[in-house]
Design a protein around this ligand. Structure first.
Ligand SMILES: NC(=O)c1ccc[n+]([C@@H]2O[C@H](COP(=O)([O-])OP(=O)(O)OC[C@H]3O[C@@H](n4cnc5c(N)ncnc54)[C@H](OP(=O)(O)O)[C@@H]3O)[C@@H](O)[C@H]2O)c1
Length: 258
């Protein structure tokens, strides 16, 4: 029973932002539970090294790297064509890649930076779904997982546009869940707190970051990438078969239900 509930051997996964950080940890867990996985990020060399490492660490060689920049949404069919070719079908999408090219007041953000944040963090995920959901509909099942952020739930004087994009991603999650639910396709978002990755290094790698871990996080520590393995397996597997449209905070309790 335990093995069946989380068994991913018939799952075919496409995961973006997978060469390091939370995406790599999620890919590790999904492969470890038997899934076949296309991993994607921008840098070919790093991605291939990651694929080799994942094969060795999980003992699962069904991992296929494809370099793609999620800011190039007009060429995204090259990524999905590759994934369909290697996997045969796709029943799990992990839209994990995200960008933040700007820190500062939203009053002063350039049009380019704003468009890049919104396009990559929101529209590219919709486009990815649009290229894959027709085949999920035909198969009558699917699980779509986005990486949002606890930043979606509050304003910020430095990360305003990024937080707005992550809130918009929750709106996308909810709406896709409503539209795709009748076809057996579930859509959920993971909202990480502050996690020790390169992406957020400027925030956590400082005396203030340490202080925040002690004062604002009930579990008393910053997040680690391995904290995302369990939620990835849960959402990809049939264990979460009645969950859709949700925003799941993984943040050591820094953001609790109110
Ligand atoms: N760390 C945190 O505290 C935190 C908190 C909340 C939410 N998040 C979100 O979590 C997600 C993953 O971030 P992380 O913290 O794990 O970061 P990370 O360790 O820096 O990893 C980011 C991954 O995404 C890839 N990537 C970056 N830009 C990309 C693009 N334009 N197209 C395709 N791939 C791209 C990177 O590889 P390449 O550079 O080779 O492309 C890498 O594989 C992001 O959506 C981020 O917004 C992070």
């Amino acid at each position: 029973m335990r093995n069946e509930l989380f068994n991913l051997s018939d799952k075919r996964v496409l995961i973006t932002g997978a060469s390091k950080g939370m995406g790599k940890a999620m890919a590790t867990a999904l492969l470890g539970y038997g899934a076949h996985v296309v991993i994607s990020s921008r840098k070919q060399e790093q991605l291939e090294a990651c694929a080799q490492e994942l094969k060795e660490s999980t003992g699962n060689d069904k991992v296929y790297p494809y370099a793609f920049n999620m800011s190039n949404e007009n060429e995204m069919s090259s990524l999905t064509d590759f994934a369909f070719d290697r996997l045969g079908y796709i029943d799990v999408i992990v839209g994990n890649a995200g960008v933040n090219p700007y820190y500062g007041s939203i009053e002063e953000i350039s049009s380019d930076a704003y468009q890049k944040i919104m396009n990559t963090n929101v529209y590219a995920n919709l486009k990815l779904v649009n290229l894959i959901s027709p085949s999920m509909r035909k198969r009558g099942n699917g699980s779509i997982i986005f990486t949002s952020s606890i930043g979606a739930f509050k304003p910020s004087t430095g990360l305003g546009a990024y937080n707005m994009s992550k809130l918009s991603l929750l709106g996308l999650t909810r709406n896709l869940a409503a539209e795709l639910g009748p076809f057996g396709i579930r859509v959920n978002s993971i909202c990480p707190g502050l996690i020790k990755t390169d992406f957020a290094k400027a925030i956590w790698d400082s005396p203030e970051g340490e202080k925040r871990a002690k004062s604002d996080i009930p579990l008393g520590r910053l997040g680690e990438i391995d904290d995302f393995k369990g939620i990835a397996v849960y959402l990809a597997s049939d264990a979460s078969s009645y969950m859709t449209g949700q925003a799941l905070t993984i943040c050591g309790g820094s953001n609790m239900w109110t």
